[in-house]
Write a protein that binds this ligand. Sequence first.
Ligand code: SF4
Ligand code: SF4
Length: 366
Amino acid sequence: MAAEVFLWRLPSQGGADLAPADPRPGLRRLLQATGPHPRGAGGGPWVVKVHVGPPGRPAGIAPAWALEAATSLVGARGGAVTTDTLSVSTRGLETTQALEATARAKGFGALPDLPFVVADDPGGPPALPVPGQPGRRLAGHALAGILRGAGGLCVLNPVRAHPHLGAVGAVATLGLDLADRLAKLSLHQGIRPQVDTPLCAGCGSCLDVCLYDAIVIRAGRATIDHNLCTGCGECMGVCFMAGIAPEEAGGLQAFQEAVAEAAAGSAPALPVGAAGQSGAIYVNFLVQLSGPVTASKTRRRLPIAGIGLVASRDPVALDAATFELLGNRLSAPLAEWTGYAQDPGPLLARAEALGLGSRAHRLREV
Ligand code: SF4
Ligand code: SF4
């Protein structure tokens, strides 16, 4: 059955379409359209998942946008927290202290009614186990502990390039970005990047970003020690020669299937709203699509103007609509925008096959 997806288009700014935009009016309307949003059976606060992003770059979701979402969901008097998970790939986001400091520097947690909490803080609530299913890749999975007892979940996701998925939408956010850090590391197992040596100039950019000291430069060329490498992919995004790629394409397919399994397995553990309805709402941000948040640092990409916001309770339908909108705007394969050869199509197909949602959708403008 076709799922409902709501779209708010950015007002055209004429020749300034690539300029920063304020999506808050759209967010308000989308949350009204997908409502009502009563606090669910968990009884805890609404969890508003944001994307803090690396130090030195703008936040993927601005604190003001998160505040707009929280106010639309629970009113102006508290009852929500903003959160993000620890990174397995990016310096400044990899420990509770580092992520808190980066989030604070970008303005999160400044309002007492809307604190910022690290979702999978090892000192916080234990991770939420997600059992594996017979015949699947994952023996088990774990969601960030902040979701224990949550009254609802609102995912604010800036659609952006990703080395293993092509692009990050709502399904990837659920399967990967809301995972506990240890589960995230285990999802990346099996990806073995290699340096395409004829292209390597020995610049050391990849070495600088590797959290695991897995790269050395020998005789002017980078070499990856696969005993230390976690497959996080950070080096692939910074190589200006696009000289680092997975050893075999099969690793990426297995990764996408595992992320789809993680997402599908996680759905039953998410907050439940009134009358048994899902207490999770997903919003994909198609704004600032050529800015530093959405771009890989070095890959060639087509510049593209912002489109708007899309929201749904069905993450698969939402992503299908999102990537369709992007494709229509690009009039070219998604890879022309992401800079990575792979796209998230197999991820969505697998997530649908596992019952997470439906790629068939009805797009309604609000
Ligand atoms: S070498 Fe491995 S661990 Fe290091 S950045 Fe690249 S993918 Fe990540
Ligand atoms: S970033 Fe690319 S070109 Fe530079 S050392 Fe690493 S692999 Fe070589």
